[in-house]
Ligand binder design. Structure first.
Ligand SMILES: [Zn+2]
Length: 206
């Protein structure tokens, strides 16, 4: 007898940590208030749930020359100040994020804007979806920065790729209340489960 409501076995579930990088935390070029605290909370989640996940991975925005992603006059909606350039401190993971249990890192956006971690690839050029499938992962929990941008895009792609997808909102932080609301509405419509509550949105430092 099977019951499709059963939670997947831990070995079939992965945690995806999205873009917890210095430039997206306080003091970074696009610092989101609450980013550094969220990084610490994600580390606590990882420490508490070692037997909950079959794999833990991280994504990072990792730009070389992403063209129109970095215009002279960014609108903070579709275009942004320079951030997460390869080789800079801003591109590094925030020090509050404990990387010991992170098995693989998926980098995105070398020459173009890339919001979804599913646009990323590992060092040996494996896509996130292929990497997860190769390990028998069917279900993903998503955390990180920012709820209304890269977390949103990663979750939408995860659902489209056929993964049973949940965003753990207590472990996300977003840029703006209005765009968080819009994102959550869209995510629900696309079948993404939302667990917890979105953090207060305090905007990106300009
Ligand atoms: Zn970017």
């Amino acid at each position: 007898m099977t019951n499709h409501q059963d939670a997947p076995a831990p070995e079939q579930r992965a945690l995806i940590v999205v873009d917890v990088q210095n430039d997206f935390c306080e003091g970074g070029s696009m610092g989101v208030d609450g980013g550094s605290a969220t990084a610490g909370e994600i580390s606590a989640l990882i420490a508490d749930s070692a037997d909950r996940y079959g794999a833990i991975v991280a994504t990072r925005d990792y730009h070389i020359d992403p063209g129109a992603h970095f215009p002279n006059d960014p609108d903070f909606i579709d275009t942004w100040p320079v951030h997460c350039k390869v080789g800079t401190t801003g591109a590094e993971f925030h020090p509050n994020l404990d990387l010991h249990s992170v098995e693989e890192v998926f980098s995105k956006g070398a020459y173009t804007a890339a919001y979804s971690g599913f646009e990323g690839a590992s060092a040996d050029d494996t896509s996130l979806a292929d990497w997860l499938r190769a390990r028998g992962i069917t279900s993903v929990d998503i955390v990180g920065i920012a709820t209304d941008h890269c977390v949103r895009a990663t979750a939408l792609d995860a659902a489209r790729e056929g993964f049973d997808t949940t965003i753990l909102l207590d472990y996300t932080v977003g840029v703006a209340a209005s765009s968080i609301d819009t994102a959550l509405e869209q995510l629900r419509g696309e079948g993404v489960a939302l667990d917890g509550r979105p953090g207060a949105a305090a905007g990106v430092a300009r």
